[in-house]
Write a protein that binds this ligand. Structure first.
Ligand SMILES: Nc1nc2c(c(=O)[nH]1)N=C([C@H](O)[C@H](O)COP(=O)(O)OP(=O)(O)OP(=O)(O)O)CN2
Ligand SMILES: [Zn+2]
Length: 138
């Protein structure tokens, strides 16, 4: 939920940025284990991104909050996830969506000179269900 406290990630970067947003999407899980979730239904997803780095850009930003919202909300809000090129080859589970969001954010960060990193994606699908994805651990 927006404005809730999220799990902390231990790191030694000078700056840590967190961006909350939500997006409303429909999906279905085309798998025999999914039960009722195999039928099209909708969620208002709550997302928290944790990004860290040591260097700011000329605007004093680690990464622009607005760009992050555009990147994720702009892509997934009011969409049927199963139809999206990003998702159509994977199961649109909370886990896989969190992983894909991490990839999209990190791909964007990699285009910036200050080389920030996405440390955590916290994705809540329902009031009782959420996933945390932290990428490959080295
Ligand atoms: N590991 C996962 N399990 C399930 C996922 C998922 O993404 N990962 N998704 C679903 C369904 O999409 C469903 O919308 C969410 O399931 P659930 O938490 O069971 O929702 P409820 O509101 O019915 O749960 P309550 O415990 O009654 O609040 C299913 N499983
Ligand atoms: Zn669902």
């Amino acid at each position: 939920m927006i404005q809730q406290i999220y799990p902390q990630v231990a790191h030694n970067y000078r700056f840590e940025l967190n961006k909350d947003m939500n997006f409303s999407s429909a999906h279905y899980i085309p798998h025999s284990d999914a039960g009722a979730c195999g039928r099209v239904h909708g969620h208002t997803y709550f997302l928290n991104l944790t990004i860290a780095g040591n260097t700011l850009d000329d605007a004093g930003f680690l990464v622009n909050f607005s760009t992050l919202k555009q990147l994720i909300h702009g892509r997934f809000d009011h969409q049927l996830l199963n139809d999206l090129p990003d998702i159509q080859d994977i199961m649109p589970s909370t886990e896989k969506l969190a992983e894909r969001i991490h990839e999209l954010v990190q791909e964007h960060l990699n285009t910036l000179p200050n080389k920030a990193v996405c440390l955590q994606v916290f994705l809540r699908e329902t009031p009782t269900s959420y996933v945390i994805y932290r990428g490959e651990q080295s």
